[in-house]
Design a protein around this ligand. Structure first.
Ligand code: SF4
Length: 362
């Protein structure tokens, strides 16, 4: 029996969903085991709850002198760190040239493997400087661990499928033991090189993960592997450039937990994200559930939510007339969104779409 590439990808997606579930459901034990392994190997491990805690922790580890040279290779550098008078940010290109005098490098690990106690860094700008600075801070989201090395293969394959050109990550750096800073021995050139251990601190970053863990419905959003695919297919994001589907689910829960209106205004529930997510997170369903949760806690704020519920009815109406008015009311001011919706032939409400498709599959 031959399998097509689509079958292979579907198989991998199902596998990825299961392996992510296995880690998330047993996160507490796995994290403890990972921490123990890393400490035994000689890494320093710090637990940080949120951005303020992270900033405070980092600053407490720097000498109390102004302008410590720090190279940040993070997607988002906390504002308080970037503007702290104790820190002078240094560009990684300057570090690479060897003339920056930077003493700290701060990078983010995309994943870590519990089984082997390994940090996984993908496509870092600072990839050539990792072992040329005496202090290395590594930020690791506590939801981004994988149980086994074989899990990493599946995840990297799926992340590459999410890229337009299906590139595998160009640079995968695995850190599973401390290493040394190797420099020419200036005092005694006959001795060749000096080896000074790099001080590596791992920051296990909660950033709302344990709050989401308490919510049995939204917990699935923690399966995310940050491939960015849902963002690329989201018509709302293309228009606003504000909230990716996964961020909408997570950030709204964490920061505006009762803001139904915010969710509705930023989600069209077209279902595109559901179909592409490599770990099969049912993003539309999560958004719907979140709206429902918000409505239950704030029944007074239900005007928009009621409008939204009409989508479900609209799908069964199947009439262009109703669609036209619904679109006009909801998205009439946004030409792009309006046109997008006008062209859609599928039902708006993805649950119905899913049901129809699963019935057809039988
Ligand atoms: S939620 Fe979005 S970013 Fe996360 S894995 Fe799914 S498609 Fe990728």
């Amino acid at each position: 029996m031959e399998f097509s590439q689509e079958d292979m990808i579907e198989f991998c997606r199902t596998r990825a969903n299961i392996l992510r579930q296995k880690y998330i459901e047993d996160m507490e034990n796995k994290l403890t085991s990972f921490e123990r392994k890393m400490i035994a190997k000689g890494f320093r491990v710090c637990w940080v709850t949120d951005e303020d805690d992270l900033t405070e922790n980092i600053l407490s580890q720097l000498p109390k002198t102004p302008y410590n040279k720090v190279c940040f290779d993070l997607p988002d550098v906390p504002e308080a760190l970037r503007t702290s008078k104790n820190i002078r940010p240094v560009h990684y290109a300057d570090v690479e040239s060897g003339k920056s005098g930077a003493t700290y490098l701060f990078v983010q690990a995309e994943f870590a493997i519990v089984e082997t106690g390994t940090l996984v860094l993908l496509n870092k700008n600072s990839k050539n400087c990792i072992n040329s600075i005496p202090n290395l801070f590594i930020l690791l989201d506590i939801s981004k661990l994988l149980n086994k090395t074989s899990d990493l293969e599946t995840i990297l394959y799926l992340r590459s499928q999410a890229q337009e050109q299906h590139y595998l990550p160009e640079d995968v750096k695995l850190i599973n033991r401390p290493f040394s800073l190797i420099e020419p021995n200036f005092t005694d050139p006959s001795q060749g090189y000096t080896h000074t251990p790099v001080q590596i601190t791992i920051f296990l970053y909660d950033n709302g993960v344990t709050d989401i863990m308490q919510n049995s419905i939204l917990r699935e959003s923690l399966y995310c592997i940050d491939c960015g695919k849902c963002k690329t297919v989201c018509p709302m994001y293309a228009y606003t450039k504000e909230h990716t589907p996964i961020n909408l689910v997570r950030d709204n829960f964490l920061h505006h937990a009762t803001d139904t209106e915010h969710v509705i205004k930023n989600a069209m529930l077209c279902g595109n994200c559901d179909h592409v997510c490599p770990v099969q997170i049912p993003l539309c369903d999560l958004i719907l559930k979140e709206i429902e949760l918000a409505r239950q806690s704030h029944p007074g704020k239900s005007k928009l939510a009621n409008t939204f519920d009409k989508r479900k009815k609209l799908n069964s109406m199947n009439g262009k007339f109703h669609r036209f008015f619904f679109n006009k009311t909801m998205y009439g001011k946004n030409k792009m969104l309006y046109n997008y919706f006008k062209q859609q032939q599928d039902p708006f409400y993805n649950i119905l779409w899913t049901q129809e498709n699963s019935e057809n599959d039988k």
